[in-house]
Structures are given as structure tokens and as C-alpha cells.
Write a protein that binds this ligand. Structure first.
Ligand SMILES: Cc1cc2nc3c(=O)[nH]c(=O)nc-3n(C[C@H](O)[C@H](O)[C@H](O)COP(=O)(O)O)c2cc1C
Length: 171
């Protein structure tokens, strides 16, 4: 399916239009972490949301091709760490060519009682128990029951907007 941009008269595919639309969807940047098969796992993500308060729950959308996919869909507890605006280096360290344990080389990491790694100094860390997941297209939507929340510092999250990292400015 394609549509025409009235201003430029250019044909664009729906996928390209969706990409362009999502560039305007400012999202808080998180690192999702897990403890699985005696290893720590971490991945930068933005497709994360609160689900509901009753029961307290969050969701994360994870690509089948990501190394964290298997831990998250086979029941590992996980943590959603919302990054501070000054933690861009951690976001850059937790995707792409840097793999496995090396993703923990930036930042101060600790472990919750259940073994799940969490980031000290993150805006907020939500430690979750795996509840269920739903497969959809290339991704799985993983639902976690929030068991513990750590908060740190003032509200100043790292934001991903228009294809780059930026800061949220309070009005
Ligand atoms: C800002 C940003 C947001 C991302 N959000 C997600 C996401 O929500 N879900 C996802 O599966 N991958 C997301 N990714 C891609 C993964 O971080 C990346 O593909 C990662 O390298 C996959 O993990 P692996 O290298 O361990 O396989 C995002 C990447 C960036 C830079």
C-alpha cells in the first residue's frame, strides 16, 4: 500500500510512513535486564509501557531476533530501568555490536534478591516477575508483574525522538 504526500507529491510506502510517524513519538529510553541461565542480559528498548495498576504491571515488546527474546519468553524475571538524561552511554552500550556481559561495562549495576540485574542511578527500576507473553508478527509482547520499584534523583529521563537521544524539558 502507498500514499501520496500532498506537499511533495512523493509516493511513500506505509512502512516508511510509519517509520516517519514514529520519529515523532518521543519515548523514554530504558534498558531491559534479566538473569537467565546464570548470565546477565541487557538490551536498550523504547517499546515499553505501563499496562495497569491492578495488578501493577508493565509490558515490553521484544524482537524475536534479540538475544533477550529467549530469556524473556521462557519466564525469566526482568527489570525495566528508565535511563537518566546523562546515561546515554549506557543506552549506546546495550545494543548493537557490544554483546553479553560487556553491556554491563557502563554504569553501576546491582542485583535484586531474585538475581535480576538493575541499574543504580536509573530514574526508576521496575523489577518484574514474568507473567505471560503474546507473539505478534516479528515481536513478542511480554507482560511482567511489578514486584519492586527503585527510584533515584530528580525527574530527568533520557528520551529517544526523531532518531536520536535527547532530554525531556519540563514546561
Ligand atoms: C533507542 C532504541 C530503542 C530500541 N527499542 C527496542 C525495543 O523496544 N524492542 C526491541 O526488541 N529492540 C529494540 N531496539 C533494538 C535492540 O536494542 C537491538 O536490536 C539489540 O542489539 C538487540 O539485542 P541483541 O544485540 O542482544 O540481539 C532498540 C534500539 C534502540 C537504539
Amino acid at each position: 500500500m502507498s500514499t501520496i504526500d500532498i506537499a511533495t507529491q512523493k509516493h511513500t510506502s506505509l512502512a516508511e510512513e510509519m517509520r516517519q510517524g514514529l520519529r515523532r513519538f518521543g519515548k523514554a529510553v530504558v534498558v531491559v535486564t534479566a538473569w537467565h541461565e546464570n548470565k546477565r542480559w541487557a538490551m536498550t528498548a523504547t517499546a515499553v509501557s505501563e499496562l495497569c495498576m491492578d495488578p501493577p504491571s508493565l509490558l515490553v515488546c521484544i524482537n524475536r531476533s534479540a538475544s533477550l527474546y529467549s530469556p524473556l519468553t521462557t519466564g525469566a524475571n526482568f527489570c525495566i530501568n528508565i535511563l537518566h538524561a546523562e546515561q546515554e552511554a549506557i543506552a549506546n552500550n546495550c545494543f548493537g555490536a557490544i554483546k553479553g556481559e560487556k553491556r554491563f561495562s557502563e554504569g553501576c549495576w546491582d542485583s535484586a534478591a531474585c538475581g535480576t540485574p538493575y541499574l543504580r542511578g536509573a530514574q526508576a527500576s521496575f523489577i518484574c516477575e514474568y507473567e505471560q507473553h503474546v507473539e505478534y508478527g516479528t515481536h513478542a509482547i511480554v507482560i511482567g508483574a511489578v514486584k519492586e520499584v527503585q527510584l533515584y534523583g530528580d525527574v530527568a529521563p533520557l528520551i529517544y525522538l526523531d532518531g536520536r537521544f535527547t532530554k525531556a524539558v519540563a514546561a
